[in-house]
Design a protein around this ligand. Structure first.
Ligand code: IPM
Ligand code: MG
Length: 354
């Protein structure tokens, strides 16, 4: 298993170090893991003048999987857009054609009281958000800031989805639904956007190949509302890049903390990039208080989806559950009566449980 490790910025280095400890533990058990580190985001800019340096692109291309921390930091906020850390992330997604972004929102029973929603609303929650990741308004051209004939300046972006882009991600969605509760809700804004009308048409067509899956459609504004009203109505949510960006942040908070949510971004051969759903949290970087569990759980997803190693994926997930059951909590999921620990100690607790 050849893994490119890209810690990135902010808390990225701390949380990836914890996931590395877990991988090291597996390695000492005989799992054949090879890792190599690279720079991305602000770290790429600092070391090579580019948020996605050539050397990192090569490393990522040659690896079977990428483990990523997070990118971004205040010191980069004033750089021109092409040099900003987020561009590193968008370019690696696009460059590796990682079009299928899986963001599970799973509530660990121990954390029901850490959610801002009532425990009965979120107890047993298990949603899989499938976000299309390489199309939509994120990448559509033209875009920019222009001056109109009347002299007024205007910012503009372009939203579009081609049929093949919708088809391939819809297939992934239906296949995931087949392995779960066979329900898929496709989220769009078909009452306003042509792109969404087309999205709905194609998803409905693809659905004919999966008659066992119950497909529904929902407008994104309603979906945002339903996610906090009655989130357990959802099994798989299939949606485009921008709606998925927003809804996955919302869904993550149902589980108590965005610090708990892993993600997988897959290409058509299940090569993948694995990263926590959260960002680089520069405000708490270097303080040893970040929650490393989303990154550790991302490593579990890597074993499952890219390396087909369900045994060790489940081992990691069970170790996380055990550490939680033992009462260990980072600040973001701390509740009275539990044991508050730092990022490092949480990593150690998971390794010990493993
Ligand atoms: C995410 C992030 C990224 C996105 C940013 C950092 C570019 O919010 O992974 O959800 O918008 O996709
Ligand atoms: Mg986001």
């Amino acid at each position: 298993m050849k893994i490119a490790v890209l810690p990135g910025d902010g808390i990225g280095t701390e949380i990836v170090a914890q996931a590395m400890k877990v991988l090291e533990a597996l390695r000492s058990d005989g799992v054949k893991i090879e890792t190599e580190h690279g720079y991305i985001g602000g770290a790429g800019y600092d070391h090579a003048g580019d948020p996605y340096p050539e050397a990192t692109a090569k490393l990522a291309q040659e690896a079977d999987a990428v483990l990523l921390g997070a990118v971004g930091g205040y010191q980069y906020d004033t750089l021109p857009r092409a040099m900003r850390p987020e561009q590193g992330l968008l370019r690696i997604r696009k460059g590796l054609e990682l079009f299928a972004n899986l963001r599970p929102a799973l509530l660990y029973p121990e954390l029901a009281s850490a959610s801002t929603l009532k425990p009965e609303v979120v107890a047993g929650l298990d949603i899989m958000i499938l976000r299309e990741l390489t199309g939509d308004i994120y990448f559509g051209q033209p875009r920019g800031i222009r001056t109109l004939d009347n002299g007024e300046r205007q910012g503009f972006d372009t939203m579009h989805y081609s049929e093949s882009e919708i088809r391939r991600v819809a297939h992934v969605g239906f296949q995931i639904a087949m392995k779960r509760n066979k329900k898929m809700c496709s989220v769009d804004k078909a009452n306003v956007l042509d792109t969404s009308m087309f999205w709905r048409e194609i998803v409905t067509e693809v659905a004919k190949e999966y008659p066992q899956v119950e497909l529904s459609h929902m407008y994104v504004d309603n979906a945002a509302m339903q996610l906090v009203r009655a989130p357990k109505q959802f099994d798989v949510i299939l949606t485009g890049n921008i709606f998925g960006d927003i809804l996955s942040d919302e869904a993550s908070m149902l589980t108590g903390s965005i610090g708990m949510l892993p993600s997988a971004s897959l290409d058509k051969n299940n090569k993948g990039m694995y990263e926590p759903s959260h960002g680089s949290a520069p405000d708490i970087a270097g303080k040893d208080i970040a929650n490393p569990l989303a990154t550790i759980l991302s490593a579990a997803m890597m074993l499952r989806y890219t390396f087909n190693d369900e045994t060790n994926a489940a081992r990691i997930e069970n170790a996380v559950k055990k550490a939680l059951a033992q009462g260990y909590r980072t600040g973001d999921i701390y509740t009275e009566g539990t044991t508050k620990v730092g990022c490092n100690a949480m990593g150690d607790a998971v390794v010990a449980a493993l």
